[in-house]
Design a protein around this ligand. Structure first.
Ligand code: GUN
Length: 298
């Protein structure tokens, strides 16, 4: 039976480190990191995410600014808010919660964010910096996955075959870049990939980011592999009116073959918000041309 990678505990450890670093910045350097989150409309999962982000931001001692806008907000008004936050010295990180309503051009809004404040790492500037191996703000979910993998492999990922299933700009592509940076051999698979089970079965590291419940079957997993499940899918429980969260991997069968696996919930999810706090701290230090406090060990 696989080791269960406890994302909740790892994330709590990271948040504690961030909190100590924020105390140093605030009290010794008179610098309080601030994160602004923009939520448009009433998408229930987004409301939960935004509430959690604000709570955890405050808990580590950072300033939290939440801007809730009506579903009908115009693109012009949204861009005006982003411009205002770009100029606000108290704000070091800006996150626009996705998805946005269909009348808004998501790329236009994301790329209006000052790349130095782009704590999601979604602007073309940060995506390009990461893809070319330069100093970028890195998307939070793949960064969280990487920190978990470094924990499992004690930082020695070099030479491993990593298969990333999913090619989104938010997870799959940046994940592949990060794994390449760690000297992994990386395959990126997607819905058109032929013989996906065999490709997955050749992976030392399998990252599932397809957004389909239990898509990756247990017998696709190589004995001794590490499985990182990025999926968060809500499904109904048969013969009941209740629902539950499951990943993209069929956990019970995969855990019999894997050496280590992340659970859902309690795996990648908590790491994503911890990485958002890390990115906000990093952005604050870079903007103010100050070193990142030395207690941070990632
Ligand atoms: N919606 C779902 N995941 C994310 C994320 O990582 N960042 C933003 N901005 N929106 C999201």
């Amino acid at each position: 039976m696989a080791i269960i990678i406890d994302g909740k505990a790892l994330a709590a450890g990271l948040r504690q480190q961030v909190k100590v670093a924020v105390e140093e910045l605030t009290h010794k350097r008179n610098l309080r990191p601030g994160l602004a989150v923009i939520l448009v409309g009433h998408h229930p999962p987004s409301q939960v995410y935004v509430r959690n982000k604000a709570k955890q931001t405050t808990e580590v001692g950072m300033a939290s600014f939440t801007h809730e806008l009506d579903e009908s907000v115009s693109q012009y008004e949204l861009l005006s808010l982003v411009t205002k936050l770009n100029q606000d010295e108290k704000v070091h990180g800006i996150l626009v919660q996705l998805p946005l309503p269909s009348h808004i051009d998501t790329n236009a809004v994301i790329n209006a964010i000052d790349p130095q404040k782009d704590v999601d790492g979604f602007t073309v500037t940060n995506a390009g910096l990461l893809a070319t191996g330069q100093n970028a703000l890195v998307p939070c979910t793949p960064l969280g996955c990487l920190l978990m993998l470094r924990h499992v492999y004690d930082h020695s990922l070099s030479g491993r075959h990593a298969v990333v299933v999913g090619r989104s700009n938010i997870v799959g592509k940046p994940m592949a870049s990060l794994l390449l940076r760690e000297n992994c051999t990386v395959s990126v698979a997607h819905s058109r990939t032929e013989n996906l089970p065999a490709l997955c079965a050749s992976a030392d590291i399998l990252v599932a980011a397809v957004g389909r419940p239990h898509f990756i079957q247990g017998d696709w997993v190589r004995q001794g592999a590490t499985v990182i499940d990025v999926g968060i899918n809500r499904i109904s429980i048969p013969n009941s009116n209740k629902t539950k969260l499951v990943g993209d991997v069929d956990f019970d069968t995969a855990a019999r073959l894997a050496a280590a696996i992340t659970p859902v919930p309690g795996g990648v999810g908590p790491m994503t918000i911890a990485c958002l706090l890390i990115n906000s701290l990093t952005a604050c230090c870079r903007i103010n041309d100050t070193t990142i406090p030395s207690n941070l060990s990632f």
